[in-house]
Design a protein around this ligand. Structure first.
Ligand code: ADP
Length: 693
């Protein structure tokens, strides 16, 4: 008797079909086979697992089809099945795709009405797959554990059930607009923070928030780490939770347990499994470093901008990307010597200017170009800013870029927007970084004022020279008496002598002629001195002539003949190189020699007549000539030596202190030198002048 009420009513194949359609609803793979092992039915899961369309193959033996194996042999386990009516164990099979499968099977033996074994119902499962899943679960949880513990992020598992309860109460109290409520009810947020309990944290959390240990944090709430200014985000997180949004991520400020705030990337998620547990997962990444470097970047960018704008030098940021396209084209054409190429193709210079666009300018550049604002310059090309005079610099700059040469600086000319030229000092130092971006920074200093100042200075120098000459004229005027005195007194002396002679009844006519000649020579000399003085004051060039030094000395001595005689000074001359000549203004140099001789005579007035010897020497010294005036006076005291040539330095009661200063100036103006030394028996003055070539 069967206990199944359906069985008596339907035949065996029909029973199997009924059973089969029922088995299709079972998720596990199920196979029904007869006592010969022939497949009677396989459900959808079994077909999916083994990959064989087992239902269509009439009588196919399931063991053959699936290459079923058991370590003890199939006949052994079938005996066990027959004996016990059921068997459970593991079998090895192969799927249609040739994959080895390890399956766990439960066999149940079904008996016919005759009580004989009739068919077997097999329920199986893919053990390998199960193991694989178990392994994946193990790996995933291990990974999660690892991530949870070892990541640079802080992880929190938080118990949210208390907050949920609060929401329940809120709903019951009739609140529907949670967003508005949460953002306005500070007390609610504070309580929610206190009701958010820490279930677990990783070690990174302990480190990041400065806690003593994980244990010290677990069980506590999150109030301490949420500063007041970040409560809005906490409210948002709660709203996300209510709306069942899977996750929320935002940058915010959190506080460490010692109260110091830090920038954090906060992520909260509600993993499916956690919902039931009423817990949430929170990840926190400390981004204060990133924030700091971002802030530093912004600061350095700001500093650069400020510097760029504040520089007194005009700065242009040029976009040279189009220029580089031209360069690349020329390089492809094989142009090596760009300068030569530009000379033959001047239109390329215009093209290069049109391809150089102003990307940025500072205030100094705006002023330099006479623009109203930066927008007058930004976006336009540099064409029209280069004057024909500055073109040389532009070509040099272009060549620099083309050949990757280092930068340079030079004075050049630019044109203001109104077309007027402006002198500039241009500099650029192409940095490889900017060059790679097709950018170029050019510095310009407006030197028009300096150039104007320079020409003003040149003018000033001229007028200064004039004033110097005028000052000198003052000195000259002062010295004129000194210079003129000597010829005038000579004229007077000669005049008086002539007159005395004429008073005599008989006079020597020849002597009178000599006296007259001397008067004329001294008068001419006086006139010459005045003329020279005037020409020096008006800045006229001296009339130079090449004269031999011997003749120069002889001519000079003629003017002092009378003084020499009157003071009983004996003259000795030694003209070593008779032909040694020098290109000079003879009158000026005569003045020098007469001055030196008069000084020598005056000095020797202090010594007995016998000692009064004046030695005049001339000689060639290398490519120079030298004139020496040596006396037998007392020489120059050491304490006077440094001041000897100073204007108005004199030791004489009637002296002016002009003579040596004028001598020095005249000699130096001729490219020579006036020096002095004590010989031991007097003073020696040496005039050195460039020799005539
Ligand atoms: P001044 O003759 O009007 O004093 P100088 O410039 O010619 O002006 O000379 C400056 C001073 O140099 C003289 O006062 C004198 O002290 C000194 N000096 C010039 N020549 C001689 C000399 N040959 N020996 C000694 N002292 C001299």
């Amino acid at each position: 008797m069967s206990i199944d009420p359906l069985v008596p009513a339907i035949a065996q194949p029909t029973r199997i079909r009924v059973l089969a359609s029922a088995l299709d609803t079972v998720p596990d793979p199920m196979i029904v086979f007869d006592m010969e092992g022939a497949t009677l039915f396989a459900n959808k899961s079994a077909i999916a697992l083994y990959g064989h369309a087992m239902n269509g193959v009439e009588g196919e033996r399931v063991d053959n089809l699936l290459a079923t194996r058991h370590p003890h042999g199939l006949s052994t386990i079938k005996r066990l099945l027959l004996a016990a009516g059921a068997w459970s164990g593991e079998l090895y099979r192969r799927s249609a795709a040739g994959v080895e499968l390890k399956v766990g099977v439960d066999w149940t033996l079904h008996y016919g009405d005759d009580g004989m074994p009739c068919f077997v119902v097999e329920r199986s499962c893919d053990l390998a797959r199960n193991e694989e899943i178990a392994e994946q679960v193990r790996i995933a949880s291990h990974r999660y554990e690892n991530i949870f513990q070892a990541m640079a992020a802080s992880f929190w598992e938080l118990d949210f059930s208390g907050v949920r309860r609060m929401f329940g109460e809120l709903m019951q109290s009739g609140v529907t607009d949670f967003a508005h409520h949460l953002h306005h009810d500070d007390a609610f947020i504070e309580t929610a923070l206190r009701n958010t309990i820490v279930l677990d944290v990783n070690e990174k959390t302990v480190e990041m928030f400065g806690a003593e240990s994980r244990e010290a944090m677990i069980g506590g709430n999150v109030e301490a780490v949420w500063p007041r200014q970040s409560r809005g985000l906490f409210a948002d997180a709660l709203l996300y939770a209510i709306r069942r949004e899977p996750r929320l991520s935002a940058e915010t400020i959190l506080t460490r347990l010692d109260g110091t705030p830090f920038n954090a990337l906060f992520t909260v998620c509600w993993p499916p499994g956690h919902e039931g547990k009423g817990s949430v997962l929170v990840g926190v990444i400390d981004i204060s470093d990133r924030k700091r470097s971002e802030a530093e970047l912004v600061a350095s960018e700001t500093r650069y901008r400020e510097l760029f704008q504040a520089m007194s030098m005009g700065l242009l940021h040029l976009d040279t990307r189009r220029l580089w396209q031209i360069f690349n084209r020329l390089k492809q054409e094989g142009v090596v010597d760009l300068r030569a190429h530009l000379e033959i193709n001047p239109h390329l210079i215009q093209e290069a200017m049109e391809a150089t666009v102003i990307a940025e300018v500072n205030t100094a550049a705006v002023a330099l170009y006479g623009a109203a604002s930066a927008s007058d310059l930004v976006g336009r090309t540099v064409k029209g800013l280069w004057s024909p005079k500055g073109m040389r610099t532009f070509i040099r700059a272009v060549e620099c870029g083309y050949n990757f040469l280092p930068g340079f600086e030079e004075e050049t000319e630019q044109l203001r927007l109104d077309g007027t030229p402006v002198a500039v000092h241009l500099s650029f130092n192409p940095s490889p970084t900017l060059r790679a971006q097709g950018r170029l920074l050019v510095g310009l200093i407006d030197i028009s004022e300096r150039v104007a100042a320079e020409s003003a200075l040149a003018e000033l120098k001229k007028s200064f020279a004039h004033h110097t000459r005028l000052a000198l004229l003052g000195e000259m005027t002062a010295s004129i008496s000194h210079e003129i005195n000597q010829p005038l007194s000579a004229i007077m002396t000669y005049g008086a002598a002539g007159r005395r002679m004429l008073e005599r009844p008989a006079f020597d006519k020849d002597k009178l002629v000599v006296i007259q000649d001397n008067i004329i020579a001294d008068a001419r000399r006086a006139a010459d001195v005045i003329a020279r003085t005037r020409s020096m004051a008006t800045g006229k060039q001296a009339d130079k002539a090449i004269v031999t030094v011997a003749s120069l000395v002889e001519a000079s001595l003629r003017f002092v003949e009378h003084e020499l005689k009157a003071n009983s000074v004996r003259l000795e001359t030694a003209f070593a190189d008779a032909n040694a000549a020098t290109p000079i203004d003879p009158v000026q140099l005569q003045q020098v020699i007469v001055n030196l001789v008069v000084n020598a005579i005056q000095e020797m007035q202090k010594v007995p007549h016998a000692r009064r010897v004046l030695t005049m020497r001339t000689q060639a010294v290398g490519d120079h000539v030298a004139i020496e005036v040596e006396d037998r006076g007392f020489g120059i005291p050491a304490e006077h030596q440094a001041r000897l040539f100073d204007t108005f330095f004199t030791t004489k009661t009637t002296g002016l202190g002009m003579g040596l200063a004028i001598c020095k100036q005249i000699v130096e103006a001729h490219g020579g030198k006036l020096t002095t030394e004590n010989t031991g028996s007097g003073a020696l003055f040496r005039v050195t002048l460039p020799g005539a070539i």
